[in-house]
Design a protein around this ligand. Structure first.
Ligand SMILES: Cc1ncc(COP(=O)(O)O)c(C=O)c1O
Length: 361
């Protein structure tokens, strides 16, 4: 069976070998006589999977001892609400950098809760085609936190350096584990799994332990408090066991590839293939992002007309490429080149783009 060239923005490609392993183990996980989905989440077998996934993530990202790794549900979107619920008491301000729709959604939840917010910077006027420079940010030492979206999935922009501030919180849904990270610079990182970590269903939170001591407001429901999950090793209620099992397998795969450092090099080579074809096209392909903010995960580009875009997408589909339509708010095309998208798929897309240009300009 031929696998598609999968450039979906999320859920997205998973490593083929991980899918094969899951298939092999599906009916009988580790001689238990049942699938991992049928195990109790309190069983020794599942706890091993769960704890090993936490340990692997700590190892791969060099997460220091003073951080907890949590596995939650509700996607990155629920984090938009949990963050103000847990960290914003009366009179404290949550400061947000607006670099796209996801950051707008994050600040919106704090506002719905009636908490105070500020905008450190916004590039909305420029159609979110860049990340603000650090000197543009209006940050106060009084802020309860500064929230950023490290990679903007829709626009194809990515932070290259991070602000220096005591409580930095980052939505890393679309670039976690794609490159080494200075974890100590962050108070909290969160990510829905469905791009670089595994299938949808689990949200990874990496949180500095001192933040857990900050009492959330008394009206915060138990299941929405970070300390509830930290105190119960993310087993306060039934976790998404199959998603955590797949996350465990993806983390093993990253380790087998040589770790995050090796993955980052491959990601750079993959993105370069596509940015090169854009840059050498004499304006036939135009990138949405300004060059300095270009994402290595989501490569967004426009063609000269709506008609050519439709033709491009239709011919690409016939050639086996999936997921290349741009988000409806930006239009054009987008290739998501997450960790599990093979170099060969990007090479094939580069060749397809070159040939399409030659045939249509
Ligand atoms: C950067 C970013 N943040 C948040 C989300 C929303 O994630 P979820 O669907 O897991 O709530 C997405 C989804 O694509 C995203 O790309």
């Amino acid at each position: 069976m031929k696998r598609a060239y999968n450039f979906n923005a999320g859920p997205s490609a998973l490593p083929e070998v991980v899918l094969q392993q899951a298939q092999e183990e599906l009916l009988n996980f580790q001689e238990t006589g049942m699938s991992v989905m049928e195990l109790s989440h309190r069983s020794g077998e599942f706890e091993n999977v769960h704890n090993e996934a936490q340990d692997l993530l700590k190892e791969l990202l060099h997460i220091p001892e003073n951080y907890d790794v949590l596995f939650l549900q509700g996607g990155a979107s629920l984090q938009f609400s949990m963050i103000p619920m847990n960290f914003l008491n009366d009179n404290q301000t949550g400061n947000y950098v607006l670099t796209g729709v996801w950051s707008e959604k994050a600040i919106k939840e704090a506002k719905i809760l009636g908490r105070k917010t500020a905008v450190a910077a916004s590039t909305k006027e420029e159609h979110y085609n860049r990340i603000p420079t650090l000197s543009e940010l209006l940050i106060s030492q009084e802020d309860a936190y500064l929230h950023i979206t490290s990679n903007n999935t829709i626009y194809g922009t990515q932070w290259k350096e991070y602000p220096e501030t005591p409580v930095l919180i980052a939505d890393m849904s679309s670039d976690i584990l794609s490159k080494p990270l200075p974890i100590e610079r962050f108070a909290m990182i969160y990510a829905g799994a469905q791009k670089n970590l595994g299938p949808s269903g689990v949200t990874v939170v990496i949180i500095r332990k001192d933040l857990l001591e900050k009492a959330p407001t008394s009206s915060t429901p138990t299941v929405l408090r970070y300390d509830t999950h930290a105190n119960n090793n993310s087993l306060y209620n039934t976790p998404p066991t199959f998603s955590i099992y797949m996350l465990n397998k993806v983390l093993h795969w990253v380790k087998d590839q040589g770790g995050v450092e090796a993955i980052a090099q491959t990601n750079q080579r993959k993105a370069k293939l596509l940015y090169d074809v854009i840059d050498q096209s004499n304006g036939f392909y135009r990138g949405h992002s300004q060059e300095a903010s270009r994402s290595l995960m989501n490569i967004t580009f426009q063609l000269p007309s709506e008609e050519l875009t439709k033709k491009f997408l239709s011919e690409a589909k016939n050639a086996g490429f999936v997921g290349l339509s741009g988000h409806r708010s930006v239009g054009g095309c987008r290739a998501s080149t997450y960790n599990a998208v093979p170099y060969e798929a990007c090479l094939a897309l580069q060749q397809f783009m070159s040939t399409f240009q030659q045939d249509n300009q």
